[in-house]
Design a binder for this molecule. Structure first.
Ligand SMILES: [Cu+2]
Length: 150
């Protein structure tokens, strides 16, 4: 009887790393092409063995902070809100220009290049990460294409 109890306890301990998936964020930055809206881009890496989903982003810089993606309709890329962004187990989700991104709608103040502000990312697993974003200027910047053009 004691042995069964001990095994159950072990199973609980073993399950914990899977629940607290290892999430890290790299290459995080923000852009703002006009005084009213901005967007954030980053790579979310999931080193754990269970998939997770980014379900909410929170910030103080705008009236609304949403998760967006781009869809092509009539040959034009348009943004639309999504409920979640999948973070595969042992993989990553890239939030990049022309794809998934965090959207800031109704900026309280314009976001000048060089400014920094935090955004909180909330995941379906219950974890949350606060990421410090630096605003990049329009064009150039240190996006993924930056190194290739040098
Ligand atoms: Cu958007």
């Amino acid at each position: 009887m004691f042995r069964i109890f001990a095994m159950a306890a072990l199973a609980l301990i073993a399950a914990q790393p899977a629940i607290a998936a290892d999430l890290t964020v790299t290459d995080a930055y923000a852009r703002s092409g006009n005084p009213n809206t901005g967007a954030a881009f980053m790579t979310v890496v999931n080193a754990g063995d269970t998939p997770d989903r980014l379900v909410e982003a929170r910030s103080d810089v705008a009236r609304k902070t949403e998760l967006h993606t781009h869809v092509i309709s009539d040959g034009i890329a348009r943004m639309r809100p999504v409920d979640a962004i999948e973070i595969p187990a042992g993989g990553e989700a890239r939030l990049e220009r022309g794809g998934d991104h965090v959207m800031f709608i109704g900026l309280h103040e314009p976001l000048p290049p060089g400014a920094t502000f935090p955004v909180e990312l909330v995941f379906e697993s219950g974890r949350s990460l606060t990421v410090e974003l630096t605003v990049e200027g329009p064009g150039g910047g240190m996006g993924h294409g930056g190194a290739a053009t040098e």
